[in-house]
Write a protein that binds this ligand. Structure first.
Ligand SMILES: *Cc1c(COP(=O)(O)O)cnc(C)c1O
Ligand SMILES: [Zn+2]
Length: 375
């Protein structure tokens, strides 16, 4: 039961029954809020247990009012695979469109349709565009996707196959966003954290991590960070579950992983800054989902890293591709972004920031099948 959407910076509340983008007073991201006291009555670990294995099992804390309006292709409730000695990987390679972007788009497209929006657009490094195109097709809505010409070939083909309009742009995701703003064709902007409901889809990652481990959270979660929705989503889920009485106050240490070629969060965290400063550095990492030189919600990401006593780690390109190959030898064919978490874990073991005895969850965000050119 959605009750409001609220600015995370100034607290302004906006009408959840109308399409919302960012805070109309200060421009920050908005957060969906529910009536947790009322929900508690019927929404509990035991009520969820027998439900279908999709992210919609958490429907009480999702923003779609009319269940009949949900656009679902079976997203969510992905497996957690053991890699031995306390190390696990949650594998969102097994998702519609092959990445965890399906989570956010299933929820945001469902809600957009419920609010009467029929034309959607997104700037994307590739996978968000593919997922938007997919869910718009399933929902019968129109979609337009702005992608860098260098986006993975798989994502270009998906966007076209799903019947969305594709606009290819020289440069990176910021250039794609600029082009989209210039076009201003009346489509609703589905950019990362510039509407409140993709985050709601991503927060189910946190509910699943908890539920699948019997509501005992890991010591450390290692997450490949581009725009940061997954990280912020999991953190929101933990706060909600505490409010619902499902977990206590303990939190995992949250670790953001980026590529050495594009690491705005790593640099800001290392410098002890609360937000990004200075010019954006755009490096062409093969982990295209991490090629986000200026994450819109950097301030919120950095706060989660600090509050959780976590950290931010940059890994070299060679470490990313060699981790793809070594994970494949263990039976996991993962995307470069997911592989980066494994490379980061090995670095953290050697510098002592994690111990072998720690319960560590690596988050794989997509399938290697979308990046065949890298194998
Ligand atoms: C988008 C993406 C990421 C980064 O996700 P954010 O929520 O933007 O931090 C990581 N991995 C893959 C495969 C992606 O598509
Ligand atoms: Zn505000």
């Amino acid at each position: 039961m959605l009750v409001t959407v609220k600015c995370v910076s100034c607290g302004l509340e906006l009408d959840p029954d109308r399409p919302q983008t960012t805070c109309t007073a200060c421009g920050s991201m908005l957060s969906a809020e529910y009536d947790y006291e009322a929900i508690k009555e019927t929404f509990s670990p035991s009520s969820v247990r027998g439900r279908a294995p999709s992210l919609w099992r958490y429907r009480e804390v999702l923003p779609v009012a009319d269940e009949g309006r949900v656009v679902s292709l079976g997203e969510g409730f992905t497996p957690v695979v053991s890699l031995g000695k306390g190390l696990k990987m949650k594998d969102d390679g097994i998702q519609p469109t092959g990445t965890f972007k399906a989570r956010g788009m299933s929820v945001a497209v469902s809600r957009a349709r419920e609010l009467g929006i029929n034309k959607l657009a997104v700037p994307s490094a590739g996978n968000a565009g593919a997922a938007l195109a997919c869910y718009a097709a399933a929902a019968g809505l129109r979609a337009r996707v702005y992608m860098p010409t260098e986006s993975p070939a798989s994502t270009v083909k998906e966007v076209v196959a799903y019947g969305a309009e594709l606009v290819q742009v020289e440069g990176n995701i910021s250039d794609a966003a600029k082009r989209m703003a210039e076009d201003a064709d009346g489509s609703f902007d589905m950019s990362t954290l510039k509407e409140p409901y993709r985050l709601e889809g991503k927060k189910t990652m946190g509910y699943e991590v908890a539920e699948q481990a019997g509501f005992v959270l890991p010591d450390v979660i290692v997450y490949p960070t581009g725009g940061g929705t997954g990280l912020l989503g999991m953190w929101k889920a933990f706060d909600e579950m505490e409010e619902l009485g499902w977990i206590g106050a303990d939190r995992p240490r949250m670790v953001s992983v980026q590529s050495e070629l594009c690491k705005p969060i790593v640099d800001a965290f290392a410098a002890g800054r609360e937000s990004l400063e200075g010019p954006a550095v755009d490096g062409r990492t093969v982990a295209s989902g991490l090629r986000v030189p200026r994450p819109f919600a950097a301030r919120q990401i950095l706060r989660v890293l600090r509050d959780s006593r976590g950290t931010a780690v940059a890994v070299p390109e060679a470490g990313i591709t060699s981790s793809m190959r070594s994970l494949a030898k263990k039976g996991l064919f993962v995307c470069p972004e997911g592989a980066a978490t494994f490379a980061a874990y090995e670095n953290m073991l050697s510098d002592g920031s994690v111990d072998r005895g720690d319960d560590v969850l690596l988050y794989n965000t997509g399938s290697g099948l979308k990046y065949l050119e890298l194998f």
